[in-house]
Structures are given as C-alpha cells and as structure tokens.
Write a protein that binds this ligand. Structure first.
Ligand code: CO
Length: 133
C-alpha cells in the first residue's frame, strides 16, 4: 500500500480559455468535452497528465464556492483530490478521527464520480477532496 493516488488537482479560473493556456503550452489536451457540475456551480475542463488530471474550474453562478474563492484568493490551486475505493467509508473513517467534512453525503462530481470535501483547516490549509469513480 503506497497510499491513495492523486486523482486530480482543481484549479480555479475565471474562464476556461485563459486558464487553459499554460497547460496547452505544456502539451496537454482536454480530455473529453467541458462538463458542468451543477451541485458545485462549476464547469470543468480536464487535462490528463499521467495517471492524474488537471481540472480547471470556472464558476457558473455568483454563489458558487469557486466564485467566492476567486474573489478571496484569485485564480490558482483550489483543491487536491485523492482517489479512494469507497468514498463513504473513507469519509466516515476520517470523521471518526476528527476530520471536518464539508458535505456529509457524497455528492456528484465530474464524470459520474462521487466526492466528499474536507475542510481546509483540517487539511492544514488545503481543501482536500475524496473521489470515487
Ligand atoms: Co475536484
């Protein structure tokens, strides 16, 4: 057991084209069409890099958490996501150890995944996501 793999890095951007420029320059291409995730108020463009994705997140509405993040912090790294076999079980395990979950029930993520977010205070300053495909 070498620990969970990084599934993706979430990058906040005001618009997908601007946000895409560095990754295109690095030779990455979007994987599939842009996908809206209504529950999170974002549209996502995913670039594959090895076994992980760079996911650009642009807000689709003013009350989107990503809109608030952009307002507060500006564009850039928003969260990192670990791929877990059972998101509910892992979230429960961490909660029992004192982790603060931002959503108690797994919610829909990109590409049919189910995700739970952990509070950035628990994550030592980083918003951490658990994702199950
Ligand atoms: Co994510």
């Amino acid at each position: 057991m070498h620990g969970y793999a990084i599934d993706h890095l979430g990058i906040a951007t005001p618009d997908l084209e601007t946000g895409s420029a560095p990754y295109r320059a690095l030779g990455l291409s979007p994987e599939g069409p842009d996908e809206e995730v209504p529950g999170q108020g974002v549209v996502v463009r995913a670039f594959r890099t090895g076994d992980s994705l760079i996911e650009l997140l642009a807000p689709t509405r003013p009350d989107s958490p990503v809109a608030a993040f952009l307002e507060r912090r500006g564009p850039g790294l928003h969260h990192l996501a670990f791929r877990v076999p059972d998101v509910r079980a892992e979230a429960e395990r961490l909660r029992a150890e004192g982790a603060r979950l931002l959503n108690d029930e797994p919610q829909p993520g990109r590409a049919g995944s189910r995700v739970v977010f952990l509070h950035p205070k628990w994550g030592a300053g980083t918003l951490i996501e658990l994702v199950q495909h």
